[in-house]
Design a protein around this ligand. Sequence first.
Ligand SMILES: Cc1cc2nc3c(=O)[nH]c(=O)nc-3n(C[C@H](O)[C@H](O)[C@H](O)COP(=O)(O)OP(=O)(O)OC[C@H]3O[C@@H](n4cnc5c(N)ncnc54)[C@H](O)[C@@H]3O)c2cc1C
Ligand code: SF4
Ligand code: SF4
Ligand code: SF4
Length: 398
Amino acid sequence: MTDLPEPFENISLLPKNECFGCSACVDICPADCIEMTNDLEGFYYPQVDNSLCIDCGACIEVCPGFNDVKREDHLQQPIFYGGYILNEPIRLQSSSGGVFTLVAEHTLALGGVVYGAIYDFTEMKVTHARAATKKELALMRGSKYVQSDSTGMFLKVKKDLQAGIPVLVTGTPCQIAGLYQFLGKEYNNLTTCDLVCHGVPSPGLFTTHFSAIEDRHKSPITGINFRTKARGWGNFLNFFIEIETDTKKQLTYAPLDAYYAVFLSNLALRPVCYQCKYATTHRDADLTLGDFWGVNKELPELFDGKGTSLISANTQKGEALLQQLQPKTTLTPVENLRHIPPNMKRPTPRPKGRSKFFERIHLRNWKRHQIKAHLIAIYTIVKTKLANGFHKIIGGGD
Ligand SMILES: Cc1cc2nc3c(=O)[nH]c(=O)nc-3n(C[C@H](O)[C@H](O)[C@H](O)COP(=O)(O)OP(=O)(O)OC[C@H]3O[C@@H](n4cnc5c(N)ncnc54)[C@H](O)[C@@H]3O)c2cc1C
Ligand code: SF4
Ligand code: SF4
Ligand code: SF4
């Protein structure tokens, strides 16, 4: 009997439903033999060319699917604050209270750079970019409800850190975990900020859907705002799509858009999101930002319907930073937080129809399958949560 070859000790060993799609493995691979490809559901997964793999194990070492991050200055318990940026136009452009911009502008003022998610309408995707100016930073404002492509970011961050530049990295908790694993050590000039994270929908679905809208209008999309405050903070019934040839932005009723309805139904989140190990108050990042639903009850003085952030300082570094930012915000400690966001307590529940969804809906046939997807999504929303209100569907409270 001939011996079977030993399997490679690389990230091909990670079960698919445990991969976060963070791309840290791609950035670390010395043989350049891992690339991210979209699966049939449209999610990014690493693919290894085993013929080039030198079996070094580096990808496994950096993978947050295999490892848990160990930070040095973690607080025993996070300290919670409510607050918003005092600059009102920026606050209104932000999803919650604009605290991201506050932290980011502080980094720029120190001569630093910021990494965060921006739309790339040429490729019709969301990607992690580097900002060194306020103009570049503005593109990062606002929640983009799709998985951001962070390939290449880890290498750029490391280069900046090694050059001694102050760096702020923002993203989903799994992206931040991938970053710390990739770096393998603490840097004094690094600050990280993650989000209370409900889960990310399929990037392939995003590309297919919004490209089809461009085809329909025979004109490019130049802006999307999933969290417009045009009708108030927490109103998930409206969002903007800006089309180049239109004179004004299109305010769209969210449930009438197939993509947004599918997002609200939770049918197209990345499989690992339904078992997310970061759905806890114990976070790897220095700071965590979320929407402060329930602020009207916890800290009514911070509620005016324009958006308030819930902030948790998770490390001594995060706490010290917040104290420095105090004069530019309404930062107020929250004693005994009663409204812990659901996605800090447990992952988003997997809807019953999730397994079959992408069997019934083929992205390649989106034009034909869109109506079916839309109906399934509306049915799922109505069945599961409509009675609780839309803001609760995406993380507003149990
Ligand atoms: C996919 C997703 C799900 C979320 N789910 C919840 C939730 O369930 N409950 C809750 O309380 N809050 C949730 N949030 C966080 C919340 O929507 C706000 O992002 C947060 O409160 C910060 O708001 P802000 O006003 O300070 O700044 P904003 O200007 O609104 O924040 C922008 C920040 O979000 C980052 N960002 C935007 N889109 C993405 C993306 N696709 N991937 C990675 N980073 C991104 C940017 O890099 C930037 O750091 C979610 C955010 C995202 C992106
Ligand atoms: S490093 Fe990230 S993308 Fe690579 S296998 Fe692990 S979780 Fe997946
Ligand atoms: S084991 Fe090393 S060479 Fe092989 S895929 Fe992983 S990082 Fe690349
Ligand atoms: S829910 Fe968890 S796994 Fe999904 S994107 Fe957010 S942090 Fe990553």
